[in-house]
Design a protein around this ligand. Structure first.
Ligand SMILES: Nc1nc2c([nH]c(=O)n2[C@@H]2O[C@H](COP(=O)(O)OP(=O)(O)OP(=O)(O)O)[C@@H](O)[C@H]2O)c(=O)[nH]1
Length: 134
């Protein structure tokens, strides 16, 4: 089975978390996700995340930690989603691909319609923030 490796960022800013909604024309249209993308050949996970955040949102970041990878089988391919927790670095966000982004509290995040591969990551993140609030 073809597995693609994808990094993504849980971006924190003043107690809120950034989530991005995929556009109508992307795969998984209108699903919410953590921004990021596919790792290119020869690229490290961190290099990939840095590149994708700049390309997609014009956003810089500071890595704080990571969560467990999530494997999800979408039928014709499997995604290995590699999540990092990052701090927002002041920059003007410009949307290049997504329909919209929002800054949400942990509580609000639960109500979004997430890409399936993100669900275990979101759960792990929420379990952590219950023990150690942002
Ligand atoms: N960036 C990102 N991709 C995710 C997440 N969850 C998830 O299942 N994916 C899947 O991971 C794959 C890679 O995402 P991508 O954003 O680089 O995809 P892409 O625009 O290069 O190509 P695509 O639109 O054809 O999928 C996509 O199939 C996407 O649906 C997530 O939280 N963030």
């Amino acid at each position: 089975m073809n597995t693609i490796r994808v990094t993504c960022a849980i971006i924190l800013r003043e107690g809120k978390i950034l989530a991005a909604q995929r556009s109508e024309t992307m795969s998984l249209p209108l699903k919410w996700e953590f921004p990021g993308g596919k790792i290119n050949k020869g690229e490290s996970e961190v290099e990939c995340l840095r590149r994708e955040l700049l390309e997609e949102l014009n956003l810089s970041m500071l890595i704080k930690g990571r969560l467990s990878n999530s494997l999800f089988n979408y039928g014709d391919f499997t995604v290995e989603l590699i999540p990092f927790i990052v701090d927002y670095v002041e920059s003007e966000i410009i949307l290049h691909e997504h329909r919209q982004i929002g800054w949400f509290t942990s509580f609000e995040l639960k109500d979004l319609d997430w890409a399936p591969a993100d669900v275990p990551i979101l759960q792990e993140f929420l379990d952590r923030t219950i023990k150690m609030p942002l």
